[in-house]
Design a protein around this ligand. Sequence first.
Ligand SMILES: Nc1nc(=O)c2c([nH]1)NC[C@@H]1CN(c3ccc(C(=O)N[C@@H](CCC(=O)O)C(=O)O)cc3)CN21
Ligand SMILES: O=c1ccn([C@H]2C[C@H](O)[C@@H](COP(=O)(O)O)O2)c(=O)[nH]1
Length: 313
Amino acid sequence: MLDRARTSHPERRYLDLMERVWREGSPRRDRTGVGTRAVFGERLAFDLSDGTIPLLTTKRVSWKTIVRELLWFLGGETNIRPLLQDGVTIWTDWPLARYRRETGEAVTQAAFEARIVADEAFAQAWGDLGPVYGAQWRHWPRYEPAGEGLFRRTPEGIDQISRLVHDIRTNPSSRRLLFTGWNVAELDGMALPPCHMTYQYFVADGRLSGLLHQRSCDVGLGVPYNLVTAALLLRMLAQQCDLEPGEFVWFGGDVHLYENHGELVATQLAREPRPWPTLAFARRPASILDYRFEDFVVEGYDPHPAIPAPIAV
Ligand SMILES: Nc1nc(=O)c2c([nH]1)NC[C@@H]1CN(c3ccc(C(=O)N[C@@H](CCC(=O)O)C(=O)O)cc3)CN21
Ligand SMILES: O=c1ccn([C@H]2C[C@H](O)[C@@H](COP(=O)(O)O)O2)c(=O)[nH]1
């Protein structure tokens, strides 16, 4: 313990949170039926000014999956087909559960994924998650009067991401630099309401800082992804707005560990963090919407091995 108190690796903040949730979290029966231990209202902060990203080293986290998922969000996509075409399977469980429930067919995950990739009509019918992140970030619905007291949805929604870049560039001291996936009117149609919900930005002394409000936080599986997504996005926005990266602040609402993640917790807490990797960009894309996978250069990532853990659906 003494040793632990002396070291100040930023990953300790995550590990300490994990330890505290496991030891002191209130037992809760959750939506998935798995059961969690939870604390409420937590904050983590990481300095990104040295080029590092909060990519955990006490287990391997697939940053390539995270980059592809982020580009999928930014593309305004909500169907799992493009993710599967890139080999990313982290969103399959929800459409798969729906398919099994509504058809009664006991299809395997692999067969379901293969069919989504091979058959576009099938993907249209069964691969969509509803108006989740991508839809709200890029195409928040807007309505206009259509006469006689009627309204119609405009062909273009509101592109919160492009607006944000414009606002950071032209009005950096604004206190309104934010976007959100929490579209109350559309929550019912989503496979899962957004967890990484609201992102806010702050410019001072030539640096861009960012804050993520995450309402529901799966500390074992989701949070390691969410930290990286938010950091990547902050770095992309900084590059696009000619700013240096500053601080990334994470706010967690319901911060929980699933009861079946005990082995993950024990294994991970027994490991020593290693230096965090750095992120560089291979080029400066013309806009925030033009990044490609190859633009992300992660260097110096030398993690402990991955730790498999079940995902609660
Ligand atoms: N319970 C739960 N936790 C989450 O974190 C979560 C959801 N549900 N639903 C929506 C998305 C999907 N996310 C996921 C889904 C799966 C993994 C997962 O299984 N990760 C493995 C590796 C999987 C892989 O690389 O293909 C891991 O060890 O991190 C992580 C995040 C995050 N979100
Ligand atoms: O990006 C994500 C997405 C999901 N999660 C976790 C948080 C919860 O464990 C579930 C969502 O269940 P709700 O009942 O809708 O809260 O998924 C995450 O940590 N990060």
